[in-house]
Design a protein around this ligand. Structure first.
Ligand code: AMP
Length: 414
């Protein structure tokens, strides 16, 4: 029979991968604790309209990347393609603003998008993100950006850069889009088919182009920062001053508008050129109108989402652990019983992993396995040890071997 494989664009995480993954997740929880953020988790799927209403009808995600289906009750449901809309839905539904006017939330959740798989791009991927809800002020943006920056640093990512921009208010963006379209139409013969179409559907997306010729054309395009209103400009300047004061380096990138409809004022991205074509580790921005748009009270908010597979590819947090590994080898029925009990007792030791052989293989094979698992110690229990009321403990690093009485085993490892 033919084998069943995993779905294209998905990944298995094997125990070694998970050990590394856990270290990354643990680090994130620690950072979030220091900033006093609370974790939130939302369902894997939501009503489709949540995403079409928030992300925008004219975006790649909504147009062609969502995993949507109609359930037996006739409702259209979608696996979350991103997390902000779901967090905002939960914020409104659970009345979180009644508990506090300021909510600092973070999540670590899987997202699903039917994109073309490639290095760093999957159809199921994990995002760590934060949503800072309740402040219209630039210090909230600065805190969000510093969390993204610090997370990259603490994950041991070395080559990354922060890009930042402001896209102002929806009104000034309309003016900008009008000018951008006028400009691009002059060059429409030189644009790719997809960009030609986007002039009418979503012109801002053209700024994301990877096509060299289009990049050159865009050099002369109008700059969004020249169109933004005075309030947005003031906000942007204060934010940059806060980043300067915290010594967070950045590059103002006039083409950074981000794909989703709900952003206003600040947009930012962290990229690394070690990632290949999918260079974005993290993206975020301010979304002051989204909560109202989804039925909540008008509330200012800012956040980011970081792709954890990409962060993990760049992270130098190894999975090497400082935990002592003790392998218990036994031979014979009585020895197996003794070994089982000893293993349970040894699990009271701090910072230790106890691996009990349960395969009844020969002592030689058990030693081979202990070496393969990089054990620090092997405890051997056979007839000889049972008779003498103890066990033999071998240190695999120093090769020292000694007999230890039963009642002294715990003390030996302490
Ligand atoms: P976005 O909201 O699309 O900017 O996504 C935020 C972050 O999630 C990106 O900066 C990536 O690091 C990560 N990301 C987005 N799409 C994918 C994907 N298909 N596979 C892996 N990571 C992704």
């Amino acid at each position: 029979m033919s084998k069943i494989t995993k779905v294209k664009g998905t990944q298995d995480f094997l125990p070694d991968d998970m050990a590394r993954w856990s270290r990354i997740i643990q680090k994130i929880h620690t950072i979030m604790g220091k900033y006093n953020y609370g974790q939130i988790s939302t369902p894997a799927f939501e009503y489709t309209k949540l995403f079409s209403r928030s992300i925008g009808e004219d975006t790649d995600i909504v147009n062609k990347e969502m995993y949507s289906w109609t359930d037996q009750g006739g409702k259209s449901l979608t696996l979350k393609p991103e997390q902000t809309a779901a967090v905002v839905r939960a914020y409104i539904e659970n009345n979180l603003q009644a508990i506090s006017s300021m909510n600092k939330l973070y999540y670590i959740e899987p997202s699903f998008r039917r994109e073309r798989p490639q290095k760093g791009r999957y159809r199921q991927f994990n995002q760590f993100g934060i949503e800072t809800i309740g402040s219209p002020f630039p210090e909230a943006d600065a805190e969000v950006i510093s969390i993204a920056y610090r997370t990259c640093q603490e994950l041991g990512i070395t080559d990354f850069e922060l890009y930042i921009n402001s896209i102002g208010s929806p009104e000034c963006r309309k003016k900008y889009i009008f000018e951008l379209v006028q400009y691009l139409q002059k060059y429409s013969d030189s644009l790719s088919d997809i960009s030609k179409r986007r002039i009418n559907t979503n012109p801002l997306r053209i700024l994301d182009t990877k096509d060299d010729k289009e990049i050159e054309i865009l050099e002369g395009a109008p700059n969004i920062l020249e169109f933004i209103d005075s309030d947005s400009l003031e906000h942007f300047k204060t934010l940059l001053a806060l980043l300067d004061a915290s010594k967070i380096p950045y590059t103002v990138e006039k083409k950074l508008v981000r794909g989703l409809d709900y952003y206003n004022k600040t947009t930012f991205e962290i990229r690394s050129n070690r990632l290949g074509a999918q260079s974005a580790i993290c993206g975020g921005g301010r979304y002051d109108s989204l909560i109202n748009q989804l039925g909540g009270k008008e509330t200012a908010a800012v956040g980011f989402a970081m792709g954890l597979e990409r962060a993990s590819m760049l992270s130098n947090l190894g999975s090497t652990s400082t935990i002592r590994f003790i392998y218990i080898a036994s031979i014979g029925d009585n020895a197996i019983k003794r070994a089982f009990k000893l293993a349970e007792n040894l699990r009271s030791l701090e910072n230790s992993k106890i691996h009990l052989d349960v395969t009844r293989r020969s002592i030689k094979s058990q030693f081979r396995e202990a070496n393969k698992l990089h054990s620090d110690f092997v405890i051997v229990i056979g007839d000889n040890e049972l008779e003498k009321g103890g066990c033999t403990i071998k240190n695999l690093l120093t090769k020292d071997e000694q007999f230890v009485d039963d009642e002294k085993i715990i003390a030996f490892f302490n």
